[in-house]
Write a protein that binds this ligand. Structure first.
Ligand code: EAX
Length: 323
């Protein structure tokens, strides 16, 4: 009799641990190398999910655009062939138009301003617009303030950038602004940028320091100008399909993991900004620190009039004046 009880207990234990330990592997994709701000953010997210679900969920990383560019990965999340993507807002406006307003050049004063707007009611309200598009945005992570690089000449003011063929993200708000600087914007997926710079298909591109570092653009670009012409937010995005499978407790874990990802990714952006410019100089880039920012803002005056028509002057002012 006693032996049976032990057998039954063992059976139950085996069953329980088997069931409890059933593990779901989630695929998470991002366009930049794993040793980067995106890698840090995604790793912090996955560690928190694994810990918070006692190992019932863990991640498999697909960095460096190994599953395609950001637009393709967002489509894959919508289709259910990818579970998670950590992406810039670059192509997101094509899926969720309400996001486009945060891509306006010179909209944010500095990192503190941008982070508080996105974590505050304005940013959180934008996240509520995703489910109706078959997506769920778990949190605002970060790409960083974008700067211009090119192989031709130093850029101090718009006139220096005029005529340059610059790769841009697939983002109409950016392209409209860059045309006002006289740039010929050439939208392409991030997965093609290094090759296009190397072959000279384009003269330059624009990205935050962490991306320029992680993607070794110093090997194919001579000039870096610290234009800070636009703040580039990022997001961790999944699908209603995945979220609907989660218990309420696990949903909480995923949103908490989003916060952890944001903190880790923003920290890496800060660190890369602190040490990265000197590193890029060491790697042979010639850096313009004193850019005429006002001249770039002035060049955007008419474009801001069209942004106001598209997004509403009040909405833009609300963000600009957010304390
Ligand atoms: O999000 O496409 C870009 O230039 C982005 O900054 C890059 O994919 C990282």
């Amino acid at each position: 009799m006693k032996f049976n009880k032990v057998l039954i207990a063992l059976g139950l234990l085996g069953g329980l641990s088997g069931a409890a330990m059933a593990q779901t592997v989630l695929k998470i994709g991002y366009a930049v190398a794993q040793n980067s701000h995106y890698g840090d953010g995604s790793t912090a997210f996955c560690n928190e999910v694994e810990k918070g679900t006692q190992g019932r969920y863990k991640c498999q990383h697909f960095p460096s655009g190994s599953l395609g560019g950001e637009r393709e990965m967002i489509e894959a999340v919508q289709l259910g062939t990818l579970d998670l993507v950590n992406t810039s807002t670059g192509p997101v406006g094509n899926f969720v138009p309400e996001v486009k307003i945060v891509d306006i050049p010179f909209l944010f004063r500095d990192y503190d301003h941008a982070r508080r707007v996105l974590d505050g009611p304005i940013g959180q309200d934008i996240l509520t617009k995703f489910p109706s598009k078959g997506l769920v945005a778990l949190a605002w992570t970060e790409n960083g303030f974008r700067h211009m690089t090119n192989s031709k000449r130093a850029i101090l003011k718009p006139a220096d950038a005029a005529g340059l063929k610059m790769r841009t993200m697939e983002n109409k708000v950016h392209m409209e602004g860059y045309r006002a600087f006289g740039i010929q914007p050439t939208p392409m997926s991030f997965t093609e940028v290094f090759g296009a710079l190397q072959q000279g298909t384009v003269d330059g591109q624009e990205n935050p320091i962490p991306v320029i570092l992680a993607s070794k653009f110093s090997q194919v670009q001579k000039h870096l100008s610290l234009t800070s012409h636009v703040y580039s937010p990022a997001l961790i995005i999944t699908s209603p399909r995945l979220m609907n499978k989660l218990s309420d407790a696990d949903k909480k874990v995923f949103y908490e993991a989003g916060k952890k990802a944001a903190a880790a990714q923003r920290k890496r952006v800060n660190d890369d900004e602190d040490s990265g410019i000197a590193q890029l100089e060491k790697d042979g880039m010639s850096v313009v620190r004193k850019v005429d920012g006002q001249a770039f803002r002035d060049a955007l005056r008419d474009t801001y009039a069209s942004y106001s028509k598209e997004f509403g002057a009040d909405n833009i002012r609300k963000i600009q004046q957010y304390k």
